[in-house]
Design a protein around this ligand. Structure first.
Ligand code: FAD
Length: 680
């Protein structure tokens, strides 16, 4: 029997005792005045109502709770499981998620230190068995991926369960209590609790709040507990209860292509921890067909040699969907979905958890702006306006990438569409009249014939058909048409077209559709884009040689906007206007004066005089890598007469490409009212 293994970072058959998780894959797999702002939906001083309740302590719920707590927003989390899963699941953390983690007290750096060496995971190796001939390998890292030119951090490979542990540690550092149901009394939650073993079973949205019923096992009996909150966020995964209770439908494709062959992901090669994904064809097969012993035998076939100490730790089915919720926000902006609850992708290209983490990052500052009374609840609706198109885009990209993965077996004579049709015919067509045992035997036989295409007898250079297939396979790899791991253009270059931002005439062009191939990220200052990264030197800092990223100029523990200007008279006037208007809007703005490297003498005195009496500003100088690297303004495709306003989530809210000739106060009022959705 020939299985085709996709092995990430494979270097030798085995080191430590391998711990394997097997996943049989189902592939059916604000109106108000600025001076008197009371945003009516928020019950501010009622201690019995929690500002935010998060349902689901997966990576997305945990990241959201950390971000909110850092922003000073009280929240609690409900988690139905009594303990955290040890399933590795996600392993690829993309560049933008690592930037979010970089701002969580150095979480990105902790991940980078703890992850396996890059050489153990940078490649996908294609072979007929782990000890059989290598058909080809694809390296997903390019030199620029290590250079930190476009980002202060790099992508990472780190198991989801290990990430969960680090996120829990961060929460505990923020004084969050992780509570077991047994230890709880009936006092209302005050925020800062993660309640294990609490399953949300009912929600009831009233005019002012959402009442949530959580069920938990206490002294052997299921007991219900009611919690009222102003905002309920469902981060409860792909089968989200919150989504169903809120009556939100999913749109997209359910019954996607089935896996044909095995995919082995080396989560930690040194530790001997792998995840094996294998085809699963219900209803002809059931989970009972995949006992640990059966999985062990499958693994031995994949390895191609006897191994004495394999430990199959867990076996779990997963379903492949390509679906996005029709709404991310409902019930007057009080029930919100994020992560897998809002979108379910094929796990190709590592978009699932990453998109969810970025949902949380988009949402946190908006919830904080609402809870702190800076913006009305309509700011929360911009979360849907911004994130839903990204989810739709990433769904398309994941599907394309999954199809690229299927190009490999297709090139080798194993056509996935035929396999799908065969399965469908047996399940719903003429084959359905056969007894189930016979259906299964027919399916087994057909797949065995299919997999025979991978036999060494057929797939070798001496065989005409084999050599032609191998040549096609090599071309496929060289042209980047197989499964990809890295998408820098989409990872860092994704852009919001409308929402809590002001598009300008240059930036209304549509998003370039996904190609499914790796494309480089091109820095952009178009509103909605992530702020480009550049290393800068802080001029007011006595350690002036220390460089930080432009992304680090936004604090992460405050709803603060950042206005980039050059040290020019008109720009200083605009900055003073922004500081004045921000005070009226009760929002914080910091001005960043960007000095070209060679003209920093007297910078501080000049900015101090120009901006007095305002003090929330910072002078920085460009720390260019070489004399021919781009200046800040040219990298942003602007001149130094312009200005860029950045949101707390490091996305650009507004820019002026040239100096403002009209009244800067009026302009800044227009800008802040449009971004924060506050009528003036
Ligand atoms: C094999 C595999 C490989 C993957 N690889 C990658 C990858 O490399 N990169 C990537 O970005 N993504 C990857 N993914 C996807 C990633 O695992 C998910 O996108 C991610 O887990 C979603 O996180 P979440 O927090 O939204 O949901 P989940 O992780 O599903 O967490 C939801 C939580 O909510 C809890 N819950 C559910 N219902 C309730 C309720 N009613 N009350 C209280 N609690 C509830 C659950 O117990 C769970 O803890 C992979 C997925 C699979 C299956």
């Amino acid at each position: 029997m020939g299985f085709l293994g996709f092995i990430k970072g494979f270097s030798s058959v085995y080191r430590a005792k391998p711990r394997i998780r097997a996943y049989p894959s189902f592939c059916q797999h604000g109106h108000c005045y600025i001076q008197c702002r009371t945003f009516s939906h928020f019950k501010d001083h009622d201690d019995s109502v929690l500002p935010v309740l998060i349902v689901g302590a997966g990576p997305v719920g945990l990241v959201l709770s950390i971000l909110l707590t850092k922003l000073g927003i009280k929240c609690s989390v409900l988690e139905k499981s009594k303990s955290f899963s040890h399933h590795p699941q996600a392993h690829f953390i993309n560049n933008r998620s690592m930037e979010v983690f970089h701002k969580l007290d150095g979480l990105a750096e902790e991940i980078q230190r703890s992850q396996p060496p890059v050489d153990l995971w940078r490649k996908f190796v294609y072979c007929t068995s782990l000890t059989g001939p290598v058909l080809g390998s694809v390296d997903h890292m390019q030199p620029q991926d290590f250079e930190k030119v476009v980002s202060p951090v790099c992508v990472a490979h780190f198991s989801q369960y290990k990430l969960i542990r680090l996120l829990l540690k961060k929460l505990e550092d923020l004084n969050f209590l992780i509570c077991k149901p047994e230890g709880l009394n009936d006092e209302p939650f005050r925020g800062g609790e993660l309640l294990m073993g609490h399953e949300c079973v009912k929600i009831n949205a009233t005019g002012q709040s959402v009442n949530v019923t959580a069920s938990h096992l206490k002294e052997g009996k299921y007991t219900e507990r009611n919690i009222s909150c102003n905002i309920l966020v469902g981060t409860d995964g792909a089968a989200s209860t919150i989504r169903k209770l809120a009556g939100i439908e999913l749109r997209g494709e359910k019954d996607l292509q089935k896996l044909l062959l095995g995919v082995l992901v080396a989560h930690d090669l040194k530790q001997g921890e792998f995840v094996l994904q294998i085809p699963f064809y219900p209803p002809q097969q059931s989970l009972d067909d995949f006992s640990p012993e059966t999985c062990k035998q499958l693994i031995l076939k994949l390895v191609g040699q006897e191994l004495s100490d394999i430990d199959v730790i867990d076996i779990k089915p997963w379903v492949m969907h390509a679906e996005v919720a029709e709404k991310f926000v409902s019930c007057d902006n009080r029930i919100i979905l994020a992560g897998d609850a809002a979108h379910r992708f094929p796990p190709a290209g590592g978009f699932g958890m990453n998109t969810g983490i970025q949902d949380a990052h988009n949402l946190a500052w908006k919830i904080a702006a609402f809870v702190k009374g800076i913006a009305p609840s309509s700011i929360l609706h911009t979360y849907e306006t911004e994130r839903r198109p990204i989810a739709i885009f990433n769904t398309a990209l994941s599907v394309q990438n999954f199809r690229a993965a299927m190009a490999v077996p297709a090139t080798l004579g194993l056509d996935p569409t035929i396999a799908n049709s065969v399965h469908q015919t047996i399940t719903d067509g003429i084959g359905s009249i056969l007894p189930s045992g016979l259906q299964r035997a027919v399916l087994d036989r057909i797949f065995t014939i299919g997999r025979a295409q991978l036999s060494e007898f057929l797939l070798n250079e001496k065989n005409l058909l084999g050599s032609s297939r191998l040549a096609k396979l090599r071309r496929l790899f060289e042209e980047g048409k197989s499964l990809q791991l890295q998408f820098p253009a989409e990872d860092l270059g994704f852009r919001y077209l409308e929402g809590a931002l002001i598009p300008d005439s240059d930036s209304v062009r549509a998003q370039v559709p996904p190609t499914g191939r790796r494309r480089d990220y091109i820095p952009s200052s178009d509103p909605g884009s992530r702020l480009p990264h550049m290393n800068v030197r802080m001029l007011s800092n006595s350690f002036s040689e220390a460089c930080i990223s432009t992304l680090d100029l936004l604090p992460g523990d405050k709803v603060e906007f950042l206005l980039f200007i050059a040290p020019l008279e008109k720009s200083y006037h605009l900055a003073v206007a922004a500081l004045k208007v921000a005070e009226e809007f009760k929002v914080s703005v910091k001005v960043c004066i960007l000095w070209p490297t060679d003209t920093v003498k007297g910078a501080e005195t000049r900015s101090k005089t120009a901006l007095a009496p305002w003090e929330n500003y910072i002078d920085v100088a460009e720390a260019k890598k070489s004399s021919n690297s781009f200046s800040w303004w040219s990298m942003c495709q602007m001149t130094d007469k312009g200005a860029i306003l950045v949101r707390p989530d490091e996305h650009i809210a507004w820019r002026a490409k040239s100096s403002i000739d009209d009244d800067p106060i009026l302009e800044m009022k227009r800008v802040f009212s449009a971004i924060l959705k506050v009528n003036i």
